[in-house]
Design a protein around this ligand. Structure first.
Ligand code: HEC
Length: 146
């Protein structure tokens, strides 16, 4: 019998590798695989958990009194502070038209629930009266010049 050459060794080794890869791909070398279990449907979540999620308190501790007194303060507070505090509102000074656009922004971009037209008018009156455009100029917000 002829001597085993390096070529024989390489060919036999390659065949062994191919065979192992083929068996592995066929799953012959692996044990039982975990099966996919779909996540629990939302309806199956216990009611108590779902309720705490839904009834989440707003992300601030503001009270009605944190808005300046005036007609429409309550409706403004309860409509506008479900998602943010009063600070975001107080920081603005806008005309009624621009408060109107802000209102649309909250409805369209931030998905605020719809508001009745009468309430919307009351809120816009309140906002434009309490937070009108501020005087322009570099010293307008300087507390030491008051
Ligand atoms: C459904 C949730 C939601 C409600 C309700 C809501 N907003 Fe907002 N508002 C947001 C989000 C979200 C932002 C962006 C917050 C941020 O930038 O941190 C925002 C930002 C603002 C800003 C800052 C905008 C700016 O350009 O800096 C103002 C002013 C504002 N809201 C006013 C109001 C007023 C007035 C109401 C009531 C009519 C209201 N929001 C109701 C979600 C809401």
């Amino acid at each position: 019998m002829k001597q085993l050459t390096i070529t024989h060794v390489v060919v036999i080794a390659l065949m062994a590798v191919f065979l192992l890869v083929a068996m592995d791909r066929a799953g012959a070398l692996r044990g039982p695989q975990p099966t996919y279990t779909p996540p629990v449907a939302a309806a199956a979540v216990p009611a108590a958990v779902a309720d705490t999620e839904k009834g989440k308190p707003p992300p601030h501790n503001d009270k009605v009194e944190d808005l300046p007194d005036g007609k429409g303060r309550e409706v403004t507070f309860y409509t506008c502070t479900a998602c943010h505090g009063v600070a975001l509102i107080k920081a603005q000074g806008l005309t009624r038209d621009l408060w109107d656009s802000t209102f649309d922004l909250m409805l369209e971009k931030h998905r605020m629930p719809p508001v009745k037209p009468a309430e919307r008018a009351e809120i816009l009156d309140y906002l434009s009266e309490q937070f009108p455009p501020r005087r322009r100029g570099r010293n307008a917000d300087n507390p030491f010049l008051k």
